[in-house]
Design a protein around this ligand. Sequence first.
Ligand SMILES: Cc1ncc(C[n+]2csc(CCOP(=O)(O)OP(=O)(O)O)c2C)c(N)n1
Ligand SMILES: CC(=O)[C@@H](O)[C@H](O)COP(=O)(O)O
Ligand SMILES: [Mg+2]
Length: 635
Amino acid sequence: MAKSEKKFLDKINFPSDLKKVSEDDLIQVCEELRQEIIEEVSCNPGHFGASLGVVELTVALHYVLNTPYDNLIWDVGHQAYGHKILTGRKEVFHTNRKYKGISGFPNRNESEYDAFTVGHSSTSISAALGMATAAHLNNELDRKTVAVIGDGSMTAGLAFEGLNNAANNNADLLVILNDNNMAIDPNVGGLNNYLLDITTSQTYNKVKTDVWRFLGKLNRLNPNTRKIFQKVEQGIKTILLKQSNIFEAFNFRYFGPIDGHDVNHLVKVLSDLHKIPGPKLLHVITQKGKGFKQAELDQTYWHAPGLFNKETGEILQSESKSPQAPKFQEVFGNTLVELAEMNDKIVGITPAMPTGSSLNIMMEKMPDRAFDVGIAEQHAVTFSGGLAAKGKLPFCAIYSSFMQRAYDQVIHDVALQNVNVVFCLDRSGVVGADGATHHGVYDLAFLRCVPNMTIASPLDAVELRNLMYTAQQENMGPFSIRYPRGKGRILDWKQAFKILPVGKGQQLKDGKDIAILSIGAIGIEAVDAIEELEKDGYSIAHYDMRYLKPIDSEILHEVLGKHNQIITLEDGAIIGGLGSAVIEFINDNNYRANVKRLGVPDKWVEQGTQQELYRECGYDKMGIVTSVIELLNKA
Ligand SMILES: Cc1ncc(C[n+]2csc(CCOP(=O)(O)OP(=O)(O)O)c2C)c(N)n1
Ligand SMILES: CC(=O)[C@@H](O)[C@H](O)COP(=O)(O)O
Ligand SMILES: [Mg+2]
């Protein structure tokens, strides 16, 4: 890709280079950094709007802080592209999110400038408080710690737990609240309203204007007016904010709101805040997508767009002329509306992912029955438990990896209550470019040990519809349905609903040499592998288990009666999922069989395309072919 020449940025590889630039030239540095991000992301898709929004903040932070000695912690990390470019990764940024390339998020293994590995939201305050406390205990009184957290991420319980604890801790911590009034979709909830209020506060601004007017008159008489004004303003702020500022109530000294796109002002404020000890919060107002018109206008789409033309903003999709199968999330979103039209108990819940999960379809059609609860997975699950306890039937759509945060709520507030909640676990399996933080590979294992929980996973879009239809029958109890990121193969997905009996799988193919038992859409890789193997005369049986719990014991007895060479296949951790369940069944029923478990091994899998990662883990089509041949050769 041809990149434009950049007078300053071309010479900046580390913060030490940035510090050589004069304060007057920082505006130009910001322009160049913004341009660099636009050029890179236009041809190598990734997160976009959030990084554009914090360009000035990023430059100011690295200008003022002494990183990596000072701790700089980015929340979520999807806004850290500028940080990566300024901290030694400009030359490898074209590998961002690619297989064997750099991670799309800050990562401790990648750089000493990445103080904490992130990807899930709202961890920054707690992690930063830990680091600031460690610095204090080590008597490193000059070491600064700064957490940068967005308004969306601030809505999570974890962020408040950090704030709450910081109140009792004199650690030197600066929290920068990057308020752009957006999560991926528009930010929601009381905190969002509150932040809007203090940003636009009539009372505060009115008082401030009155004071200015008053001091303006004074000004003509008194040369020290500015000083007096500052004192008066601080007094007003203290009175107003002490009574009403939520952060001051948590014992943080609150500063702001200030313009997050004025790099020189940011440098000044950050340098001043350095001198103030204890917990402080700086409220910075920014615009998501700043500096790229389309991204400013449609902030949800440009959170993470695909390829685009960096000059015109035109979206470059490799639109195939042939009809496309829908994404699993779209099948979920549309089917939920169909079901909700038939069953008035159904409600929909998403923790801040309306567009990503396609719950936005229901939110538009049935606004009273679909809820975006903010980044709050724990609350989303317990809220569902409460709704269900009073007769509603929540479909709670959560990305598998974000569900990890709500594990106790699943156990305590849904399963133990034995209420009817349907968990729709989108992005289950390896998700691709987001990498280790986002792969949804543990849900099969962590849900299987929970009493009352039904666990299902569709082979294709039609099964997804039918599992959703089955789950909304009377008294099904806690019911989880997991499906992957991306599309299936079926075009004609909108077929009449059918119940898929709980605990029953299906035989897809009979065969003599070996049996493959798969769960979920990854079974398609087995279908392809079998086609390949049959060309060479192998005879393979294939079963789509469909339910992990209760597992289809009839199928297992049949398979184990006929076969002693078995392969299990799942797009999830091989510890605890289908493979483990089959081995337990063999043990409990005194069968003898060789079982090869295919799935995600006991290690961190980083980013890449889904196909690259299936291959790395040995369960793409060719990996399955190889495993079958190896197992049969050994036998
Ligand atoms: C626990 C968790 N839930 C959901 C997400 C998905 N997610 C990533 S960024 C984001 C929005 C964050 O909003 P904010 O913190 O305001 O940052 P902005 O994108 O506005 O800069 C969400 C919901 C996540 N990464 N982690
Ligand atoms: C940063 C973050 O957590 C989200 O933006 C996530 O990357 C979304 O993933 P999808 O693209 O699969 O919706
Ligand atoms: Mg935001």
